[in-house]
Design a protein around this ligand. Sequence first.
Ligand code: SAM
Length: 242
Amino acid sequence: MQKGHTEMSRPTEKSRPAGAQALEAYDAALFAREDGLLVELRQEIERRELPRIHIPPAEGKVLQLLLRAIGARRVLEIGTLGGYSAIWMARALPPDGELITLELEEDRAALAREFLRRARLAPRVEVRVGPAADTLRELCARGGDASFDACFIDADKESYPAYLRWARRLVRVGGLILGDNAHWSGHIVEEPAPDEGTAALQQFNRALARDPGLESTILPVGDGLAVALVTSSAVPRGTSSG
Ligand SMILES: C[S@@+](CC[C@H](N)C(=O)[O-])C[C@H]1O[C@@H](n2cnc3c(N)ncnc32)[C@H](O)[C@@H]1O
């Protein structure tokens, strides 16, 4: 199956200050310790030679805290890979909570299901396979508007602006829209953008900043976590998902 362009052409990491790396390791060791299952999942991703593009533990902990802070019960994730971030997020949900996570590739979805089952999270997590745009359209068509407390976007970078438009419909007022790779290994500041993926991420960040119905920022955790609180369901003109 075709992979997202940016997965194949992910930019190399610009030098991150050694101090920033040391501080993130310090934070993770104190606050974001992985259990054996999460460690095993990372090792399995490596063993299968899948791309190691899951979030780091420190970001998993931030996602958990944000979901708990808003009392999230129903969460949407775009981009599953092996279910690493899904496990972090699903652990923040109440027993009757629900996480729907979208993945293009069947083998990755199968790996995620296996580890979600072993984490005893299978009853509250559904992995849906196929192009995310199709599933998002279907969720909206089936009355999903404003039915999610949060949406975490972490799939093909070229589609981030489109995913944001769907998330604007699907996430309720008071909910959160979250986006990974908002700093794109430092390449986000390059003008003009060196490629389509970087341009799309720049567009995504600008859309977050300019939307009067969102209160947004980027947290410097992992590769930059965009965090937007939905304050109004009114979507700016020209940005509806159609
Ligand atoms: C960065 S990885 C997700 C990592 C995961 N969120 C984590 O941190 O554990 C992105 C995933 O999105 C999937 N993907 C790419 N394009 C997609 C699309 N159009 N629809 C659904 N999934 C897609 C890729 O196959 C890949 O597994």
